[in-house]
Design a protein around this ligand. Structure first.
Ligand code: PLP
Length: 400
């Protein structure tokens, strides 16, 4: 697809590149796009077997698991539904913690599947309190607890290690939506006792949309093996049996999986610990720059390292800023798709992002503010970010 632009350089007549700076989908590196454009191979053949083997071995540190990670053709929402369809047959008592839009979606999916859903609503911009979750788990015998790891709508990260402690000695399965966390934030599925960890290709995994991923714990497998009905394509038992033969139960998105393997190679070349440190560092830099431009962090605590969610400066319409950034500077950032529309700006710091992306974001935001009559002191946002990014790592952590 050309969308009126060069497929590789993508400059418009002004020489401006298209800049996808959303909290997903994110920019896909050239190397990954090149792999995706490669030969489509037989999904029962040796090339595909090798590809699946490589994906399974490289994916383990990212999920922090020695268990299986299943991949499906589908988006993050599909993977959420698949996880629930396997772990929570109709009538299952499910507690959903919602600290933003995607927690609400978890509840909608569980209800659509006929589960007996209770919601634990958490004020948006704050993190779920493990003590409150514990109280709720003590009030009713829930089979499943759903939590959003990284709330992309609010920019808040949940305390997964503490939440995992709550379910590890209960029969309750912990389902974690880490669609916008995985590969950009630490996830230790085994150590933190997370039963089903859900991811998607188009976020920190640096691929186009189209692959949903689910890591499955031994405790989850015990439930899934016993549960019947309610799924066919999404049946994890079929997916697992196929994976044992380095195959896929149904025709897989071969080209996207080739891209995913390349993304994993890139992560391994950089070193996964360095990838996580880069996400932390760039998020802190972007927030410092935006703060210097009078944007205030939306999260009151536990700010995410993969998405910066900021309130607009007083009197400024968020949607006007977003529109101007695109029309003037071909920079695509997100607003809010909720009741907070116009009040927030959301920018991704996940995946294939570098310091120059952050500084360019801030430069264009400064120019946008000027275009909209705000005239900030020239370079103030860029300078604040550059100053933070220039600090040695320990100092940087304290300031963030
Ligand atoms: N969960 C979270 C935290 C997300 O950020 C998203 C997408 O932005 C989803 C779920 C849904 O994923 P998808 O849009 O791939 O269906």
């Amino acid at each position: 697809m050309r969308f009126g632009m060069e497929t590789t350089v993508m400059n418009d007549t002004r020489g401006l590149p298209y800049r996808l700076r959303l909290p997903g989908p994110t920019a896909v590196p050239e190397r990954v796009r090149h792999e995706i454009a490669g030969l489509v191979v037989d999904h029962h053949g040796p090339e595909f077997h090798a590809l699946i083997g490589e994906i399974q071995s490289r994916i383990r540190p990212i999920f922090g698991t020695r268990g299986k990670v299943l991949t499906f053709a589908g988006s993050g929402t599909a993977a959420m539904e698949a996880a629930l369809a396997n772990a929570a047959p109709p009538g299952t008592p499910v507690l959903v913690v919602a600290h933003g839009q995607f927690g609400v979606r978890f509840g909608q999916i569980a209800r659509a599947l006929g589960c007996a859903v209770d919601m634990l609503e958490v004020e948006w911009g704050t993190a779920p309190d493990p003590a409150v979750i514990r109280q709720r788990l003590e009030q009713r015998d829930y089979s499943v607890l759903c939590v959003t790891h990284n709330e992309t709508s609010t920019g808040v990260t949940a305390d997964l290690p503490a939440i995992g402690e709550l379910t590890k000695d209960r029969s309750t399965l912990l389902l974690v939506d880490s669609v916008s966390g995985l590969a950009g934030l630490p996830v230790e599925q085994d150590r933190w006792h997370l039963d089903l960890v859900i991811g998607a290709s188009q976020k920190a995994l640096m691929c186009p949309p189209g692959i949903g991923l689910v890591g499955v714990s031994a405790k989850a497998w015990a439930v899934i093996e016993r549960s019947h009905g309610g799924r066919f394509f999404w049946d994890f038992r079929k997916a697992s049996a196929a994976l044992d033969k380095m195959e896929s139960a149904f025709t897989p998105p071969v080209s996207l999986l080739a891209g995913l393997a390349e993304a994993f190679r890139m992560i391994d070349e950089e070193g996964f610990a360095n990838v996580l440190a880069r996400h932390r560092r760039l998020a802190a830099g972007l927030r410092a720059g935006l703060a210097a431009l009078d944007f205030a962090p939306f999260p009151r605590e536990a700010s995410s390292d993969t998405v910066s969610v900021m309130r607009m400066p007083e009197g400024l319409d968020g949607n006007a800023v977003i529109r101007r950034l695109y029309e003037g500077y071909r920079t695509v950032v997100a607003g809010s798709r909720t009741h907070l529309s116009g009040k927030l700006i959301r920018i991704g710091t996940m995946g294939h992002v570098s310091e120059s992306d952050i500084l360019t974001d801030l430069h264009y935001i400064e120019r946008t503010l000027t275009d909209l009559g705000r005239a900030p002191r020239e370079g103030v946002g860029v300078a604040a970010a550059a100053a933070l990014l220039a600090r040695p790592p320990a100092e940087r952590r304290a300031a963030a």
